[in-house]
Design a protein around this ligand. Structure first.
Ligand SMILES: [Zn+2]
Ligand SMILES: [Zn+2]
Length: 281
């Protein structure tokens, strides 16, 4: 990624003042051993995680993932960033052996599905698009769903695309963007590597980083590669760029799977640990 696109007046140029609410769709243990998911996983990294990010450690020491969507509200917009693992019987729910609770959390946050005007998908993976539809139709009937063009091209032969993107496109609610884009008072930043068209969302309160960091230890060790990253070297560069942006701006990085937001210095940000549901960042 071009470093300039992150450092060029990153916060003020296209962003408005917002509230960010964490909607924790689910918590589940990663189905594979952590040393297979994160090759080279070391005792030092395990000890660091137990001390700095205990909310991502399962009782047996394995990898406990959160599945966070983010509700971003301003006086003009209600934006949902990612839509979680989805309902019982869906692909992600079956994979993880649990079900999502996002509709309930959204209701608790006082926002009805029809009030969401924009859905940003960081990328097209089953655990980030699970509540896109109500089965056949877009769940968020008045929303534009915004995805990078490169991501749509990459994902278009997948079951996730067929099940969770095609109904959005058929309803005329899918918007493809290319590169850094201002949307609903927020800034979308390409952060490729995990997938080719992965994007993050820059707000004035946090960087919503999808799967740039799937595990909190990747903030401390950006070179720690996740086995399902399509381009590990590119993913590592995106991690370093976002960590530098966070360090320079003081904005926390709120990714999808860590329990807490992380600072540019790879420490958990106080007051951001989700404790089962809804949390204002
Ligand atoms: Zn959570
Ligand atoms: Zn994910």
């Amino acid at each position: 990624m071009d470093a300039d696109c992150l450092t060029d007046d990153p916060v003020r140029r296209d962003t408005v003042e917002v509230d960010v609410t964490v909607l924790c769709d689910a918590v589940a243990v990663f189905p594979e051993p952590i040393a297979e998911a994160l090759p080279g996983w070391s005792p030092e990294q395990q000890a660091w995680t137990e001390s700095e990010a205990p909310g991502n450690v399962a009782p047996d020491g394995g990898w406990l993932l959160h599945f966070h969507s983010y509700l971003v509200t301003s006086d003009r917009h209600a934006v949902l960033v990612d839509t979680g693992i989805g309902p019982a019987g869906g692909e992600a729910a079956l994979w993880l052996g649990t079900t999502g609770r996002l509709p309930r959390l959204l209701e608790s946050a006082g926002v009805g599905p029809a009030e969401i005007d924009t859905v940003v998908l960081t990328h097209v993976h089953l655990d980030h698009a699970g509540w896109n539809t109500d089965g056949d139709h877009p769940r968020f009937a008045n929303a534009e769903y915004v995805v990078q063009q490169a991501e749509l091209a990459h994902a278009q032969d997948s079951a996730t695309y067929r099940n969770l993107i095609e109904p959005i496109a058929a309803a005329g609610q899918l918007r493809a963007v290319e590169g850094r884009t201002a949307v609903a008072g927020l800034t979308l930043l390409p952060t490729p590597g995990h997938t080719p068209g992965h994007q993050s969302v820059l707000t004035d309160r946090a960087v919503l980083a999808g799967d740039v960091l799937v595990h909190p230890a990747q903030a401390r060790w950006p070179e720690l590669v996740y086995v399902y990253e399509r381009k590990p070297a590119v993913a590592t560069t995106s991690r370093r760029d976002l960590l530098r942006l966070a360090a320079e701006t003081g904005l926390p990085i709120a990714a999808a799977h860590p329990q807490t937001a992380l600072s540019g210095q790879a420490t958990g940000v106080a007051g951001t640990a989700c404790a089962g549901g809804l949390l204002r960042l």
